[in-house]
Write a protein of this length. Structure first.
Length: 398
């Protein structure tokens, strides 16, 4: 073990709200959204922002209001001293989880003592794919290597469902499970522990709750939804696809932001900060970019190998519910008891604000461990291009 250790001091997030015109955050600039979460983190910890060595933020659609290093804008908007630097990274859906990894690596290496990892995505104001502007982001060599080229994520979700023979009823049942678990966690007061209120209109009450949880959904209602990604061109290319993926068993498009404060053990002691957890392992892997969403399996196994742990040692897992087929395939490959997977629900119920989701998973994982008495947790996130991050954390008693 390194002489320096990265510990998590705090993890906070905004409510996750539907990312559409008229949504609760659709009138809030993404810089302001992230700035309020950064401010909430400062308030929760009492730190002097001038002590922060760097702020590393994740954002996927870095165009328009999320361009020009959106993290730096949020740091300034939050009132941090001008001397505090910031950068924005893109590991697709795992961007803020990668920000946490970079922050922890910087601490272990001695480059940082106190650092913020965060993320933001305003999908109502900066819609998906507007950064591509209709262009081909891959080029002819990738298309030549993968006959027919790479595919949209919805098609990849269909390919995963077909490969693991996950039927429509299983996908819908998992989606209902996500809503039910999230609703139960909210009723029990466990879901909002990491949430900081966000003010959109100074004259109106702040937004305090996630708004995507559907308490009235069931498998019968979901069964009536049409396939979200049906395309006969892909039917011809992939005859194994029978179009099982719908909006109901996929993650919700959302607006949100999240932030994690990490420190070295020495800095935490010097500043009087109580660590909530320590980073035991952090990895990133690549896998088949056509199947695209499967790297969560090798990422999980690699993160466990790095720590000498097995799946049986882990008390809680957070596997991002980009599509129901992803965690279901992960369960089939790992053999994990489903009761340890996403016990507070996941992105199907809560939403998936791309650049914020990785750090959001850490917020949820820490809440799950602390309220359930668990010690070890693992989070993993599928990402476009056949990538996945995985992180193992250990809850600390103080």
């Amino acid at each position: 073990m390194s002489a320096r250790e990265a510990v998590v001091i705090e993890a906070v997030r905004s409510p996750l709200v539907r990312g559409r015109a008229g949504g609760a955050f659709s009138q809030l600039h993404p810089v302001e959204l992230l700035a309020q979460v950064l401010g909430g983190m400062v308030q929760a910890t009492g730190i002097d922002p001038g002590e922060v060595d760097d702020v590393i933020g994740g954002c996927v659609t870095q165009v328009g209001e999320q361009s020009a290093n959106v993290t730096r804008g949020a740091v300034l908007a939050a009132g941090f001293p001008e001397s505090v630097p910031a950068t924005t990274v893109d590991r697709q859906c795992g961007s803020s989880q990668q920000a946490v990894a970079f922050a922890a690596q910087g601490i272990v290496s001695g480059a940082y003592d106190l650092v913020v990892a965060c993320g933001v995505e305003s999908m109502s104001r900066v819609p998906m794919f507007t950064n591509q502007a209709g262009a081909d982001p891959y080029g002819p060599s990738v298309a030549a290597r993968y006959d027919g080229g790479l595919v949209p994520q919805g098609i990849a979700a269909e390919l995963v469902a077909a490969k693991w023979d996950i039927g429509r009823s299983a996908l819908d049942a998992f989606a209902v499970r996500s809503h039910e678990l999230a609703a139960e966690a909210r009723r029990a007061g466990r879901l909002g522990l990491s949430v900081v209120p966000v003010t959109v209109d100074p004259g109106a009450p702040p937004v305090t709750e996630d708004d995507g949880i559907r308490t009235d959904t069931d498998v019968h209602k979901l069964a009536g939804l049409r396939s979200a990604f049906r395309d006969e061109a892909y039917t011809r290319r992939f005859p194994q696809i029978d179009w099982r993926v719908t909006a109901g068993n996929s993650s919700q498009i959302s607006d949100g932001a999240s932030a994690v404060l990490l420190a070295s053990r020495e800095a935490a002691a010097r500043l009087g900060l109580r660590p909530r957890a320590r980073i035991r392992s952090s990895v990133v892997v690549g896998d088949d970019p056509v199947l695209m969403l499967t790297a969560v399996v090798p990422a999980t196994l690699k993160a466990l190998r790095r720590t000498g742990l097995t799946v049986d040692d882990i008390d809680a897992f957070e596997v991002n519910e980009a599509f129901a087929s992803v965690p279901l395939a992960w369960l089939a490959e790992t053999g994990v008891d489903p009761r340890r997977l996403n016990p507070h629900g996941g992105a199907i119920a809560l939403g998936h604000p791309l650049g914020a989701s990785g750090a959001r998973l850490l917020c949820t994982l820490l809440d799950v461990l602390e309220t359930g008495g668990g010690r070890l947790g693992l989070q993993t996130m599928c990402e476009a291009g056949g990538l996945a991050n995985a992180t193992v954390v250990e809850r600390l008693d103080g």
